[in-house]
Design a protein around this ligand. Sequence first.
Ligand SMILES: *Cc1c(COP(=O)(O)O)cnc(C)c1O
Length: 372
Amino acid sequence: MKNDKILVTKSSMPKYEDFIEMIKPLWETHWLTNMGEYHSQLEKELKDYLKVSGISLMVNGHMALELALQAFSFTPGSEIITTPFTFISTTHAIVRNGYKPVFCDTKEIDGTIDESKIEALITEKTVAILPVHVYGNVCNVEAIEQIADKYNLKVIYDAAHAFGVEYKGRGIGSFGDASTFSFHATKVFNTIEGGAVTFSDSSMYKKLYDLKNFGIRSQEIVSEVGANAKMNEMCAIMGLCNMKRIDTVFEERKKRVEYYEELLKDVPNINFIKGSDIGSRNYAYFPVLIGNKTSELRDKVYATLENNSIYARKYFYPITSDQACFKNGFKNVKLDVARNMANRVLTLPLYEDLEMSDIDRIVNIIKNEVAN
Ligand SMILES: *Cc1c(COP(=O)(O)O)cnc(C)c1O
């Protein structure tokens, strides 16, 4: 038996020679950051690939979210309806902007925000909805748009997991007023660290350009309290290299997810969170729900996998509203479905060169645990 550690994911990288070849010109230009040539080139490529009308690259997915929210200049203390079944970044971005998260429950079928529970949470302080296409599963974008139109709210999607996903032929980043992506090393597509905001209102481009560059409008004028969230040229080049391989990456991940699904589909106590077939899939994660009400069985499986040097992750547990920094800090909403999902979820190892025989091994361990 192999003793190598299997982690939940492994960063996707281009061939060493390809990267080295691409970075060579930097030793002539000495232009390493501040919206250089490769920054522009990657923005252009991604704009086409993601089928969006506007895009602004960022230093990471978190700053993409923070600055997208800042760009709308909501009144401090405004309420934003969001999901607690996500990575902590989503909630941090709201709170760090001085807004109040109002947590809404999720749907077990796909883990996304339960659109039927949004309207009841709207007050005169509500300014926006911030749903997450969690695991790359598409939110009910139509219902959310209807609610937003009815109450005059902005919609900002956290699309950190949804790189390359399409819905009804449209890029996922073209929905809502803005969407944010993460190109972190652990995501399907990475620029080492990186991210982007996508939008359709063309005035957003300049707004975000200034915000990611300290709010500097021109040499002598700083008109806004911005941040430093620029993507550097090394990272942009990593992105350009990884874009050349993206189709292969999706194909290889798809094979592995389909193999997992085939092996696990009739196993009692195991449920998938892939939702219906609305939207294309990008095979970003392979989460399963284990057991029924409590975390007991999930924790047992997690521990046994760990004892076999297989490091699955409890993505996302606990829900963000239960984290120490937010607990009891905000409006108390019933979040039974989200909390129950968090108690049972386990995200299994997935990356483009994960051995099929390792998947067999992982599944056998799980089957053995859930049967006992
Ligand atoms: C990864 C992630 C982020 C943050 O992106 P970074 O690039 O790591 O800053 C935000 N939201 C979700 C749902 C994520 O998974």
